[in-house]
Design a protein around this ligand. Structure first.
Ligand code: ZN
Length: 155
């Protein structure tokens, strides 16, 4: 999307400028927040999931417990995959934007497990996730987001 085509919903001026600032999110530290501001009337459209400057594809390798603290900013347009664990989150109308750390991401996958009706498979995935959290094997988190908003915050 090209924001120069956008009009202000309040005054209809085609005079929007893109900006960003840093938000201090409790427990997560600084997060970049995007917005559009109308130069005519000052109206601001807050859009966390607008266009970002982050790479459309990125990945991190989780090798030890410290890496579990890496933060993940995921917009609803992002696909998140952990190939070693066979886990995937797809974008879509019901996809959630979230900010979490690696542990929190794995917990989200665990929360989704009851949706599958193969108890054996669920059990084996749950065990793998637990081993991953315990640092028993390295794994990779890949994120693809055409909006460029999703990113990892490495510490
Ligand atoms: Zn305006």
């Amino acid at each position: 999307m090209d924001e120069s085509d956008l009009k202000c919903p309040v005054c209809s001026a085609g005079n929007l400028e893109r900006g960003s600032d840093e938000l201090d999110v409790p427990h997560f530290g600084k997060v970049i927040h995007y917005y559009l501001r109308c130069k005519s009337c000052g109206y601001r459209i807050n859009d966390f999931a607008f266009q970002g400057d982050f790479p459309e594809k990125d990945s991190v390798e989780i090798k030890d417990k410290n890496d579990l603290e890496i933060k993940i900013v995921r917009s609803s347009t992002a696909t998140v995959t952990i190939p070693e664990l066979g886990l995937e989150l797809y974008p879509g109308p019901l996809a959630e934007s979230f900010i979490t750390n690696v542990q929190g991401l794995l917990n989200r996958f665990l929360d989704l497990m009851p949706l599958f009706d193969d108890p054996k498979k669920v059990q084996s995935i749950e065990e793998k996730i637990k081993d991953a959290v315990d640092g028993k094997f390295p794994f990779t988190i890949s994120m693809g987001d055409p909006s460029g908003v999703s990113h990892f915050i490495k510490i």
